[in-house]
Design a binder for this molecule. Sequence first.
Ligand code: CA
Length: 223
Amino acid sequence: MRILVIEDEKKVASFIKKGLEAEYFSVDLAFDGKEGLHFALNEDYDLIILDLMLPYKDGLSILREIRQEKILTPVLILTAKDSIKDKVIGLDSGADDYLAKPFSFDELLARIRAILRRKSVDEDNILKAGDLILDTQTHKVLRKNTQIFLTPKEYAILEYLMRNKNKVVSRAKLTEHIYDFNFDTGTNVIDVFINKLRNKIDKGFDKQLIYTVRSIGYMIKDY
Ligand code: CA
């Protein structure tokens, strides 16, 4: 699950990012309205957390513009403006929920879960490849009924590969999915994670699931 956080207070933004990454989400940060709108229009997210008072472009304008562009990604407004009037305007402009600052991280997380649950009512939470099963709600991973314990980054890579089952996923795509834009993509860090995943997912099982596609990337194959 990939989340965009548009928030100009850097401390708050990095607090949210750290907390969400520990909960297995991939998080991109945008520190002003223009950058936020650009990411929202050009990247794929499962959820957008949106501050209202932002430099260059305010949150409500961003919300209206992305809804005009028919982008239906759920939006959670997070702001110091907590009057009833502001809440109503936010929700009427196409937001899915509203949380006033200061907030507790636990409440933010609970609201995110609720929004994603509503969103995924029609989607299947269970991803399968051969005898490997991944539950995107509980983050539980099983192979032949044995639970496999993954770190948040390993989980994020595996979920992404499984969502794109039987398709080759490039290293660049994987890097983009699990890191923010400040990350140096020149390293072989993805290969390191894939090796760790292989040790947990494939080692000791008769059928291989993770394949290397030479000089391009990786693929999870069903059988
Ligand atoms: Ca602000």
